[in-house]
Design a protein around this ligand. Sequence first.
Ligand code: NI
Length: 185
Amino acid sequence: MTVRAILKMGDPRLLRVAKKVTEFDTDELHLLLSDMLDTMVAAAGAGLAAPQIGVDLQLVIFGTGEPSARYPDAPPLPRTVLINPQVTPLSGSADDPTLVEEEDWEGCLSVPGLRGWVPRYARIRYTGMDQFGDPIDRTVQGFHARVVQHECDHLIGRLYPTRMRDFTRFGFTDVLFPGVEVADE
Ligand code: NI
């Protein structure tokens, strides 16, 4: 078990556009994923992107399989390894092509102690590969869609504050939500 150090906002390695993974099902990749999982679980995160531990690759993991301490009200999210992802925003329905956004609180292990009110597309399709090189193709909404957009943003050097529009809803978790038990970040 190896818990790796998580880079914090201000580190230029969080601002890079990550490189594509070209080899799958290798010992090196499995070891990296195992470290990422240990790191995410130790930090009680909902997801983690490789750039957050200084690895410049298009690789994210997310999901707890059970309600997360940081997001106790969120529905369970399948534990997923997503490599070289592509995210496509979808409209609410075929009749109405408008892309629908939802706003909700987000945190990030690279922005510890803070929460912000972040708009995200309500419904998306995402594709990519798993660690064995098998394709992933899912259409999701709500919290699942939010987590995928947040994690994939790490692969293009974007942290959630750069997606915010209303900075009156950005602050320290213990001030915004006094008395609420929130896991350490
Ligand atoms: Ni994050």
